[in-house]
Design a protein around this ligand. Structure first.
Ligand code: IPE
Ligand code: IPE
Ligand code: MG
Length: 255
């Protein structure tokens, strides 16, 4: 089906978050090793970044490496770090040309120094772009992020910058790594697992979740369009009743 013509361009999600899963299983199906799957996964990243920019998505967050992924076999972690450095080095010019602004969320200091350096260069190089914000979650986990925010706020309380009773949701969110991004409206996980795996636990509070059996290295723009179409068929209620939502829509249309 051609989802491109079915999508309502006036109701696109501003922010899509993706858990890029299934590189290893995809490679195994091809009779190759896991690292081959990670390499092929980079082609999907390129296609989805360009696709998201073409569709008109403003924020795309990709889960590239979790805190828990450090516990994988040493050789796989090493290969993933090398792939990261080489990919950023190779793609930075194109990101700049295509209007993509790069951001990283996660414990940057835990990454190899060369990785930190390449990332920072690409972040600086693309800092003036505003077509698509590409957020890479690297050495990221939501519990790490939330604990980090709590520590910062604890320090501010100790210094007397804020009183505990004045801490609200907005103040807390401003201390998360995603402080300058809107919350994702849509979260996609590839490869058939139905879990969040420590991803954006705060930010996904009201996101629509979309799971597809397609492995990440096989995921392309057409799949992204299908996910957006599926998202647009849903009614987001935010705790209200369906009647309240349709009355509010009618009123918006009338005024
Ligand atoms: C996702 O694919 C990539 C990373 C987590 C780095 P996996 O490597 O998790 O692939 P599967 O889930 O084992 O197939
Ligand atoms: C989540 O995938 C992390 C990334 C995609 C980077 P995993 O493959 O690590 O998640 P689990 O272990 O299956 O939950
Ligand atoms: Mg996996």
């Amino acid at each position: 089906m051609d989802y491109s013509s079915l999508i309502d361009r006036t109701r696109l999600p501003k922010h899509i978050a993706i858990i890029m899963d299934g590189n290893g299983r995809w490679a195994k199906e091809q009779g190759k090793d896991r690292v081959y799957g990670h390499h092929e996964g980079v082609l999907s990243v390129r296609d989805i970044v360009n696709g998201a920019a073409e569709i008109g998505i403003s924020y795309l967050t990709l889960y590239a490496f979790s805190t828990e992924n450090w516990n994988r076999p040493k050789e796989e972690v090493k290969a993933l770090m090398e792939l990261l450095v080489n990919t950023i080095r190779r793609e930075a010019d194109d990101l700049k040309k295509n209007g993509v602004r790069l951001h990283v969320i996660g414990d940057m200091e835990s990454l190899p120094v060369i990785c930190q350096k390449e990332m920072q260069e690409a972040i600086d190089m693309t800092a003036h772009n505003d077509r698509l914000n590409l957020v890479l979650a690297l050495s990221y986990s939501a519990r790490w992020e939330i604990t980090h925010a709590a520590k910062m706020i604890g320090r501010e309380v100790a210094l007397g910058t804020i009183r505990p009773e004045d801490i609200d949701e907005n103040y807390f969110a401003q201390h998360l790594a995603t402080a300058s991004f809107p919350d994702p409206e849509l979260m996609i996980r590839t490869s058939g697992e139905h879990r969040i795996s420590n991803y954006l636990l705060w930010q996904l509070a009201y996101a629509e979740l979309y799971f597809t059996p397609v492995h990440w290295p096989a995921f392309r723009k057409a799949h992204l369009l299908e996910a957006i179409y599926n998202y647009q068929q849903r009614e987001r209620r935010f705790g209200l009743t369906s009647e309240q939502i349709s009355n509010a829509t009618k009123n918006t249309v009338q005024h």
